[in-house]
Design a protein around this ligand. Structure first.
Ligand SMILES: C[S@@+](CC[C@H](N)C(=O)[O-])C[C@H]1O[C@@H](n2cnc3c(N)ncnc32)[C@H](O)[C@@H]1O
Length: 261
C-alpha cells in the first residue's frame, strides 16, 4: 500500500528533528527567525507571487498573509486604499511588520498566533498569500484548506523546491558528524494539496542567492551559527564554513489556486 503524501510530508519534516543531545547542549534556541532577514525588499520586486496577487486585486482590496514574517511577501502588493491582515506565530516578526507598514502607510491588522488555529478570527480576504512557510507545517492539509476558505479570489503560496535547511546540511555534517535529510520537496507539497482536493497551478523559476553585507550579513552569520547549535565563540568557524559552502541558486515554486471564501 502506498503512503499518503500528507503522511510522507509529515514524516520527512520530522526527520529534521535535532538530536536531543545536540539540542540540549545548544546555548541558544536554533529555532525562530531574525526579522531583519525577512524584511521587505529581500525578494525581487517582480515575482510570480506578486504578479498573480496584483492581477487578482482591485483598488481597496484586502490581502491576508499567513506566516507573514516582517511582510516581505505582502507589503508591496496591498493595493491603494486596501488592507493587509497578517498572521504569524512569532510576535517579534509582527512587531517588525507593524513598523514597516507604518513607514509605508499600509493599513494593517496583525494576529499573533498559529495558523490554522486562529483562522476563524480572520476575515475572508480577496487574496491570501503564504511565502516560505510550508516547510514549517507538518499538518499541511488543514493548513492549506484554511488558506482556501479565507480567500475570496485567489491563494498564492511560494516555497523553495527543497527544504530550506538543506543549505546547512554540509555545515551540519562538518560540525556534528551526522547526516541531514533532504526531503520533503515542493513536488510532495503539490501531492499533499491534491489530497486536500486542491489542484494548484505551478510556476517555477531559479532564484539567485540574496547578497548580504554589513549588519545584515552579521545577523545572517549569527542566525546560521544558532541554527547549527553552536555558541558565539565558534562564530569564526561558522564564517569559514559559510565561505566553504556558499549559497547556491535555488528553485522557487509558486502555487496558486482559486479561493472558496
Ligand atoms: C521563513 S519565515 C517567512 C516569512 C515571510 N512569509 C517571508 O516570506 O519573508 C516563516 C514565518 O512563518 C511563521 N510561521 C511558521 N508556521 C506558522 C504557523 N503555523 N502559523 C503562523 N505563522 C507561522 C514563522 O513564525 C515565520 O515568521
Amino acid at each position: 500500500m502506498s503512503t499518503l503524501a500528507s503522511v510522507q510530508w509529515a514524516d520527512e519534516l520530522a526527520a529534521w528533528a535535532i538530536d536531543p543531545e545536540i539540542l540540549a547542549a545548544a546555548p541558544e534556541s536554533p529555532y525562530g527567525f531574525p526579522p531583519e532577514v525577512f524584511a521587505v525588499g529581500q525578494y525581487p520586486t517582480s515575482s510570480p507571487m506578486a504578479e498573480l496577487a496584483e492581477a487578482a486585486l482591485r483598488p481597496g482590496g484586502s490581502v491576508l498573509d499567513v506566516g507573514a514574517g516582517a511582510g516581505a511577501a505582502s507589503l508591496g502588493i496591498v493595493p491603494g486604499g486596501g488592507h493587509l491582515h497578517a498572521v504569524d506565530s512569532q510576535p517579534s516578526m509582527l512587531r517588525a511588520l507593524e513598523a514597516a507598514a507604518r513607514d509605508r502607510g499600509v493599513s494593517l491588522t496583525t494576529y499573533d498566533g498559529t495558523w490554522p488555529a486562529l483562522a476563524d478570527q480572520v476575515p475572508v480576504c480577496d487574496v491570501v498569500v503564504c511565502a516560505h512557510v510550508f516547510y514549517n507545517v507538518p499538518d499541511l492539509v488543514p493548513f492549506a484548506t484554511a488558506l482556501t476558505t479565507r480567500a475570496r479570489a485567489l491563494v498564492v503560496v511560494e516555497l523553495t523546491g527543497t527544504h530550506p535547511l538543506t543549505r546547512l546540511a554540509p555545515m551540519w555534517e562538518a560540525v556534528h558528524h551526522q547526516p541531514r535529510p533532504d526531503g520533503p520537496t515542493a513536488e510532495l507539497a503539490v501531492a499533499v494539496l491534491g489530497e486536500a482536493g486542491l489542484e494548484p497551478e505551478v510556476r517555477e523559476r531559479v532564484i539567485e542567492p540574496v547578497v548580504r553585507t554589513g549588519a545584515l550579513l552579521d545577523t545572517w552569520v549569527d542566525f546560521t551559527r544558532r541554527q547549527l547549535c553552536l555558541p558565539p565563540e565558534r562564530r569564526p568557524e561558522v564564517e569559514d564554513l559559510m565561505q566553504r559552502h556558499p549559497p547556491r541558486p535555488r528553485r522557487s515554486v509558486v502555487l496558486s489556486w482559486p479561493g472558496a471564501g
